[in-house]
Design a protein around this ligand. Structure first.
Ligand SMILES: Nc1ncnc2c1ncn2[C@@H]1O[C@H](COP(=O)(O)OP(=O)(O)OP(=O)(O)O)[C@@H](O)[C@H]1O
Length: 372
């Protein structure tokens, strides 16, 4: 007669390649039941229903249980307190995107330039202009879109493993990596897991009918970003920068990354361009000026607009409503509205030009000179 101890001992050879520990020490094994006839059932609790190797885990564990003498073995996969159907037929790859008219990647060559802030405000400005808009927060390093939109509800996950986005104030459909992480724990999305998760978000979310789906990219131009450009059927991209030389150099890398995979960049957005003092009303250029124009001219990618550094922009991020919704008449609010109009125009031009690749920088994205 098998014991629970023997079962756990035997299953400890199954390792999670991402977490580099075995499934018993990771606490994945629950509800071990051994019948008088030697039938064994147990639950295997996954960190995500989208675990890329969940089927392999199930097969491997059931085989081990039979090998050590179980008459029959049944492993039930669970995640987030629900049963995961390992054999559920996956939704056909782009089926749920069929009513999404355009997918726009929002990227930055480096972190901290305000890419997420710009994505949230651009989405809201497009929505306020009457478009149906979705946002996929794929910033695996610091998903923050749920905070920026003041959303704290979890999305509904259906039996067929599709997900319903959460609709924010102002009517934007939102899915964020943050909704799938425990808020009090640092979640490290490792390469393959992050990539699988992003694929699920793109292909398993019931986006419904959208005019624009904005994807907030992780900052930088590494492998993850490149994979994302290949996984998402992007219509085009916009790149966010600040006027600083160091940010501009990275902005070129971002543009060249999209170029290298044949995704046209329709514009550059310069954030934190200047500061207007609420005391003296004077405009202060904190960074050097003209950077956005220079890079736009050099690479032939339109500058969609400049957003000032304004406390209300940062405040809205903290308080859960994009500035353009709360202060549409502020300098930054007006800048975001203008940027949204120019983005609509740039995408329409791209669609009418019928050309897939607008630019040819003749630069390898990882070999960009540092000078702007
Ligand atoms: N125009 C602005 N005026 C004032 N504060 C801003 C502005 N743009 C961004 N910020 C603030 O700067 C900080 C960084 O912005 P954000 O998180 O959007 O950057 P990011 O480029 O997405 O960062 P990362 O991708 O590295 O996480 C935030 O605190 C945000 O509120």
């Amino acid at each position: 007669m098998l014991t629970e101890e023997q079962i756990l001992q035997a299953l400890s050879v199954v390792r999670d390649p991402d977490l580099k520990k075995n499934i018993v020490e990771l606490g994945f094994v629950h509800n071990v039941k051994i019948s008088a006839d030697g039938d064994v059932t147990l639950d295997l609790q996954l960190t995500t229903p989208a675990c890329p190797i969940r089927d392999r885990f199930k097969t491997q564990c059931e085989q081990i249980l039979r090998d050590i003498g179980a008459k029959t073995a049944e492993v039930t996969l669970t995640a987030n307190g629900r049963v995961v159907n390992a054999n559920a037929a996956p939704a056909s790859d782009n089926a749920l995107l069929k009513d999404v008219k355009r997918i726009v990647g929002v990227a930055s060559g480096k972190g901290g330039v305000g890419k997420s802030t710009v994505t949230a405000n651009l989405a809201m400005a497009l929505s306020l202009a009457g478009a149906k808009v979705g946002v996929l927060d794929a910033d695996i390093y610091g998903p923050s879109m749920n905070i920026m939109f003041g959303v704290d509800t979890a999305p509904e996950i259906f039996d067929d493993r599709t997900i319903a986005p959460v609709v924010t104030k102002g009517g934007v459909s939102l899915i964020s990596m943050a909704m799938f992480a425990e808020s009090d724990k640092a979640t490290i999305w490792r390469g393959p897991m992050a990539s699988q998760m992003i694929q699920n978000f793109v292909h398993r979310v019931r986006w419904g009918e959208l005019d624009y789906l904005l994807i907030d990219f992780p900052p930088g131009t590494g492998d993850i970003q490149l994979t994302l450009t290949q996984q998402c059927p992007l219509t085009c991209a916009v790149v966010v920068t600040t006027p600083q030389e160091v940010a501009l150099a990275d902005c070129r890398k971002g543009l060249a990354m999209f170029d290298s995979v044949g995704v046209p960049s329709v514009g550059i957005i310069e954030n934190m361009s200047y500061f207007i003092c609420d005391g003296c009303g004077k405009r202060h250029n904190i960074f050097r000026t003209g950077g956005g124009e220079r890079i736009s001219k050099a690479l032939g990618v339109p500058l969609l607009g400049k957003v000032p550094l304004e406390p209300s922009v940062a405040d809205c991020g903290d308080l859960g409503a994009p500035a353009v919704l709360r202060y549409p008449n502020s300098e930054s609010g007006r800048a975001f509205i203008e940027i949204a109009e120019k983005t609509i125009h740039a995408i329409a031009q791209l669609e009418h030009s019928n050309s897939h690749v607008l630019h040819n920088f003749n630069l390898r994205w990882d070999e960009i000179p540092v000078e702007a």
